[in-house]
Ligand binder design. Structure first.
Ligand code: SF4
Ligand code: SF4
Length: 359
């Protein structure tokens, strides 16, 4: 978690001490600030996948052609070097990381904080104690059509029911908005945890999954409805819903801090973030957590967890917007960090992101 604190908080109004006047706000601040040490980078573990989805950003651009290095010792060395340069959190993605369990094991041995983005078809061994983000793109009928995978949700639940590592990530596309209700009901019946993502088109994508203003608004409403209905299982907040369904994408709203959009190498992600390909090389000019995604359409949950959390200083001009930011960070930590439990949300108001009108 890379919080950008380049302004003097004491110079803003209200004073920072006034923002912390309510006991539960102060406690939440103290709870989340313990994680300000997190410094992330991401790693493509495999260039193979056991399914093929419409709109997959991995199979866009150059990275899909990188050679796969399956040598466990090469990965151990990389993890040690990453630790030495200050990385404390790894995001293992791909294509499909579950296809290389021996590499996941070695990463976990060297770097104990992290998460894995997986389609959930193949179970990741329990020895790998990272958070697991299991991607859900609709009900089984939709998954068959878009991801060419049969009974996907059923298999995902079989693999990860009662697994404290697992968070199911429902990606809203323009076409699957109402289906979320039946999917959420099924996941909650199995006491699974659920969070939300918004489809963010890969560069050049022109298919039907891309959102428009109307689908974004409907997505926001249904996110908030499900959050109210299942507060214990849905890891989200009203401000998450606002930030990820705004007409403007995350870069326009907050200014993306990943190297691909951020030339500064002075502080934060611009300085430390790398996105390694399967051949263990990286390229600063294209580095971000969702490479080959169209920045103008980027509302991805992984991008937001870095971009919104980094903008603390924009969220200190009222108690409500500060509470909203705390809800966002609390959500992010509960989704990404093993053992972190989500608290009750502090703000249920729908508030515009600061600077939304001017950016
Ligand atoms: S499961 Fe993930 S990596 Fe595999 S094709 Fe689908 S979106 Fe791409
Ligand atoms: S795709 Fe998203 S996270 Fe990546 S550089 Fe663009 S705005 Fe940032």
């Amino acid at each position: 978690m890379q919080v950008n604190r380049e302004v003097n908080l004491e110079s803003t109004k209200p004073k920072f001490s006034e923002l912390l006047a309510e006991r539960e706000v102060k406690e939440r601040w103290e709870k989340v600030r313990k994680y300000f040490f997190l410094r992330e980078s991401t790693y493509d573990m495999s260039n193979r996948c056991n399914i093929r989805c419409d709109g997959c950003y991995y199979y866009e651009g150059e990275k899909q052609f990188a050679k796969e290095i399956g040598d466990v010792e090469a990965w151990r060395e990389l993890m040690r070097a990453e630790k030495a340069r200050g990385i404390t959190y790894v995001v293992l993605a791909g294509a499909e990381p579950s296809l290389v369990p021996e590499l996941l094991d070695v990463c976990y041995q060297e770097m104990p904080l992290g998460s894995i983005a997986t389609n959930g078809l193949k179970k990741i061994p329990e020895s790998v104690g990272y958070k697991l983000h299991i991607s859900v793109w609709g009900n089984d009928e939709t998954s068959l059509r878009i991801r060419k995978a049969k009974n996907l949700l059923k298999k995902q639940i079989e693999n990860y029911e009662n697994d404290p590592r697992a968070v199911f990530v429902y990606t809203f596309t323009r076409e699957n908005i109402d289906e979320v209700k039946e999917v959420a009901a099924e996941l909650i019946a199995h006491n699974c945890k659920l969070t939300f993502n918004v489809f963010s088109a890969p560069v050049g994508y022109t298919g039907n999954l891309r959102h428009d203003d109307e689908s974004l608004e409907r997505t926001k409403q249904i996110m908030i409805e499900l959050l109210k209905k299942y507060p214990r299982n849905v890891l989200f907040s009203v401000y998450n819903a606002v930030a990820h369904t705004h007409k403007k994408g995350l870069h326009d709203l907050y200014g993306c801090s990943y190297p691909r959009q951020n030339p500064s190498q002075d502080i934060g992600l611009g300085r430390s973030f790398r996105q390694y390909r399967t051949d263990l090389n990286w390229d600063r000019s294209v580095a971000c957590c969702v490479p080959d995604t169209d920045c103008a359409d980027c509302r991805h949950y992984a991008a937001g967890s870095a971009v919104v959390t980094a903008r603390l200083y924009r969220h200190v001009n009222s108690v409500d917007i500060f509470k909203s930011w705390l809800d966002y960070v609390d959500t992010y930590l509960s989704v990404w960090v093993m053992g972190y439990e989500k608290g009750e949300n502090l703000c249920a108001k729908i508030l515009e992101p600061p600077h939304a009108a001017t950016n």
